[in-house]
Design a protein around this ligand. Structure first.
Ligand SMILES: Nc1nc2c(ncn2[C@@H]2O[C@H](COP(=O)(O)OP(=O)(O)OP(=O)(O)O)[C@@H](O)[C@H]2O)c(=O)[nH]1
Ligand SMILES: [Mg+2]
Length: 220
């Protein structure tokens, strides 16, 4: 007799249940939560600090930063005077629902409008673990190359919006924005797409406006 234990399926199902619990907690508190995913160094923390600076006048914002080690990212967010919790995964290449759940008691959820979660820098693993947030956002960046939608389709397929960061360095790279976007459209037609630069601020207004709309729609 052969007994087959599907550990992976059990882990995913447990994660999904906890993600649902996180979502219920967000909704009970009326907090709109987004999850930022990207390769290491694509600009997740830069987008978070820029977004806090732009939206903090209208929304109460906090961040959870996932990294293998250090509190560098949460310190960057906390320096803006908003609540920031660092999760150190100790080697794991992604956040999962239980890690996020463990961070929530550190945050004043009932006094927040927007929670921004920065996932661990990785273009593969975070796509497999739902967190319970309302939106999943992918940040690509010009130095990574224009072929990434073709090579990492799962990540591009599963997200609700796409930022293409570091547009200021486009002249230094052979990055064909049309080729990149065609690859995205084949995987995720009509995906909200924001080419921008966190360094210069160019293109960021469209991202801020879109995010404002998403929060307002959630609150209404
Ligand atoms: N030229 C340029 N550099 C940028 C831009 N956005 C971020 N950077 C730089 O890219 C580097 C990484 O930015 P971060 O915001 O720390 O990226 P991250 O995705 O949070 O990195 P990890 O958390 O380590 O995965 C830093 O040196 C930033 O200054 C941009 O729009 N243009
Ligand atoms: Mg970061």
């Amino acid at each position: 007799m052969t007994i087959r234990v599907s550990v992976v399926e059990n882990i995913m199902s447990a994660n999904d249940q906890l993600a649902d619990t996180n979502r219920a907690r967000f909704d009970a508190a009326g907090v709109f939560a987004i999850n930022l995913m990207a390769s290491p160094g694509a600009g997740k923390t830069s987008l978070i600090t820029r977004t806090i600076e732009a939206l903090r006048g209208d929304f109460r914002i906090a961040a959870v930063d996932g990294d293998i080690a250090t509190t560098i990212d949460a310190d960057r967010v906390a320096a803006l005077g908003v609540p920031a919790v660092q999760i150190n995964t100790g080697g794991s290449c992604h956040l999962d629902a239980v890690m996020l759940q463990s961070a929530l008691p550190q945050l004043p959820l009932d006094a927040l409008d927007l929670l921004i979660v920065e996932n661990v820098g990785n273009l593969v693993c975070p796509a497999a673990f739902r967190l319970g947030v309302h939106l999943d956002v992918l940040i690509a960046s010009v130095p990574e190359g224009d072929d990434k939608p073709y090579k990492y389709p799962t990540m591009y397929r599963g997200v609700d919006a796409l930022v293409l960061n570091k547009m200021d360095v486009l002249p230094a790279f052979d990055f064909n924005v049309d080729y990149f976007h065609r690859g995205v459209e084949a995987l995720n037609p009509g995906l909200a797409f924001f080419p921008l630069s966190c360094k210069t601020g160019a293109g960021m207004d469209a991202w801020f406006a879109w995010l404002r709309e998403q929060i307002a729609a959630y609150q209404s």
